[in-house]
Design a protein around this ligand. Structure first.
Ligand code: PNS
Length: 165
């Protein structure tokens, strides 16, 4: 059985993530979508909430498991028996950081391959940070996130004004 991991912050899930999850899930038997707890970032949403949003986007999907991990990605990948890490690539700006992480992960675990999926063109600009900026400044997120995620973001902004992203 071929197992893959798609890691990320997913704070919150966007249509760009959804696209990568759909495509990655066709390439493996089991895909773990793994929410990272990154101590260096100040998230809008706690990990269980981020997982709930992901699950809601993928109700009825057969081979995708939503989970979270602490620590090194490759340690988590090995625990799950994964041989592939999927990453989405958008613009050139993603490349340097992703290249660095892929090389570091290969050094740590040569048996785990990183596979980059090129973004679908309509999501090339899209990121969770951008979505948070737009909603913080009163914009709408049509075509960027599912309507229930937009609602959650707007509630968050209403209740917690002033928080950085
Ligand atoms: O959605 P993001 O914030 O771009 O995801 C980044 C993530 C979670 C994939 C990355 O920070 C990560 O792999 N974190 C786990 C810690 C780790 O393994 N670090 C060494 C890899 S270079």
């Amino acid at each position: 059985m071929r197992v893959g991991i798609y890691p990320g912050s997913f704070d919150p899930v966007t249509y760009g993530h959804r696209d990568i999850i759909q495509r990655a899930s066709r390439l493996v038997d089991q895909l773990y979508v793994a929410v990272a707890s990154n101590p260096y970032k100040q998230p809008f949403f706690e990990i269980p909430e981020r997982i709930q949003m992901l699950e809601k986007c993928f109700e009825g999907t057969r081979n995708v498991i939503f989970d979270h991990f602490n620590g090194l990605l490759v340690t988590y990948a090995k625990e799950k028996g994964a041989t592939v890490i999927f990453k989405g690539l958008r613009a050139f700006s993603d490349f340097e950081n992703e290249f660095r992480m892929a090389l570091a992960n290969r050094e740590l675990a040569p048996e785990v391959e990183t596979v980059f999926l090129m973004t679908s063109h309509q999501y090339a600009y899209l990121s969770s940070s951008l979505v948070k900026e737009i909603v913080s400044l009163g914009g709408n997120l049509k075509g960027m996130v599912p309507p229930f995620v937009e609602k959650k973001l707007k509630n968050y902004i209403k209740n917690r004004r002033g928080k950085k992203f």
